[in-house]
Design a protein around this ligand. Structure first.
Ligand code: IPM
Ligand code: MG
Length: 357
């Protein structure tokens, strides 16, 4: 197969980890007879520096014409001024909105050899396998009005939480479909005891449940879900929730499996085009030192192969190579406090495992 893949390395450790993701994709192309054409474009802080715009038109055009997008991270202290009109994060949010990527899939799966990297007791986390489905183009992130104003000498800020039933339905339906192919348990997370949007969310989830008799739907309030994620994470199979709750719960869930650096994500919509990115941020504290964990980006590349290119076998090969490298003892600094290897060495170890298959 031939496919154009746009690379958006972005800021901080983004370029370092995307580079390893790209090498893995190149290795897959070479071993399976595919041709991937890579095109690199700026997004986030680097795009502000280059073009004054966190999402330049040329970047957006390249993404629209691609088969898939692999993204690193955006943001950093250089662009953190709360007064600033343009911010790196606007590039990412604009991209999600423009491509209508309404669902963000964040799998959180324990690799057995990493049980000790988790701060939680092994018996709690040893079989964790959760898929978080986060709504990505609605809610507080996009609701209007949003403003900061000054009235009577006081400052007042407004963000708006809004959802329509069709916005809820499409992401909940996707979550049901995914749950059906897994263990058949769907936890819908909301704050229905307080929020109107959550009561609508709950109703729509209930309506959708009728089309999926083999999936067990349960509703959970977000505060209780946050607790249960730590107290009893193995209870979860698929968890679906709105944008902001999903942002928070997915960072929390990453702790279960040892490191934020391990986790990939896929942002998808109606078509096959998707944006794939590690869930970690730009990690400015370690940027440039070559020690970032590239596994989140590499597993994101595997999700890209699966969802956008429909190359399931290749996706599995990458995932197994990651497991094998970990089983062989490869550890970046976030996973161990002695004998760690660099970003590039981790990439090489994984590609070596891929070649041996
Ligand atoms: C994420 C990030 C983004 C988000 C930020 C960088 C805007 O935290 O992808 O989880 O909140 O969606
Ligand atoms: Mg986040």
């Amino acid at each position: 197969m031939e496919a154009k893949i746009v690379l958006l390395p972005g800021d901080g450790v983004g370029p370092e980890v995307v580079n390893e993701g790209r090498k893995v994709l190149e290795a897959v192309a070479a071993s399976h007879g595919h041709r991937f054409d890579f095109e690199e474009q700026p997004i986030g802080g680097v795009a502000i520096d280059e073009a004054g715009d966190p999402l330049p038109e040329s970047t957006l055009e390249a993404c629209h014409s691609a088969a898939a997008v692999l993204l690193g991270a955006v943001g950093g202290p250089k662009w953190d001024d709360p007064q600033a009109e343009v911010r790196p994060e606007q590039g990412l949010l604009g991209l999600r909105q423009s491509l209508q990527l309404y669902a963000n899939l964040r799998p959180v799966r324990m690799i057995p050899e990493l049980v000790d990297a988790s701060p939680l007791r092994p018996e709690l986390v040893h079989e964790v396998d959760i898929l978080i489905v986060r709504e990505l183009t609605g809610g507080l992130y996009f609701g209007q009005p949003r403003l900061l104003e000054r009235i009577d000498g006081r400052r007042r800020a407004v963000d708006t939480l809004e959802y329509t039933d069709d916005e809820i339905r499409r992401v909940v339906r996707l979550a049901f479909q995914l749950a059906k192919r897994r263990r058949g348990i769907l936890t819908s997370v909301d704050k229905a005891n307080v929020l109107e949007t959550s009561r609508l969310w709950r109703q729509v989830a209930q309506e959708e449940a009728e089309s999926f008799p083999r999936v067990r739907l349960e509703h959970q309030l977000v505060d209780a879900a946050a607790m249960r994620l730590i107290a009893d994470p193995r209870q979860f199979d698929v968890l679906v929730t709105e944008n902001m709750f999903g942002d928070i719960l997915s960072d929390e869930a990453s702790v279960l499996v040892g490191s934020l650096g391990m986790l990939p994500s896929a942002s998808i919509g109606e078509g096959s085009l998707g944006v794939y990115e590690p869930i970690h941020g730009s990690a400015p504290d370690i940027a440039g030192s070559g020690i970032a964990n590239p596994i989140g980006a590499i597993l994101s590349a595997a999700m890209l192969l699966r969802h956008s290119l429909e190359l399931e076998l290749e996706a599995e090969a990458v995932e197994q190579a990651v497991q094998q490298a970990i089983a062989d003892g490869a550890r970046t600094a976030d996973l161990t406090n002695r004998g760690s290897i660099s970003t590039e060495e981790m990439g090489e170890a994984i590609i070596e495992c891929l070649k041996q298959r």
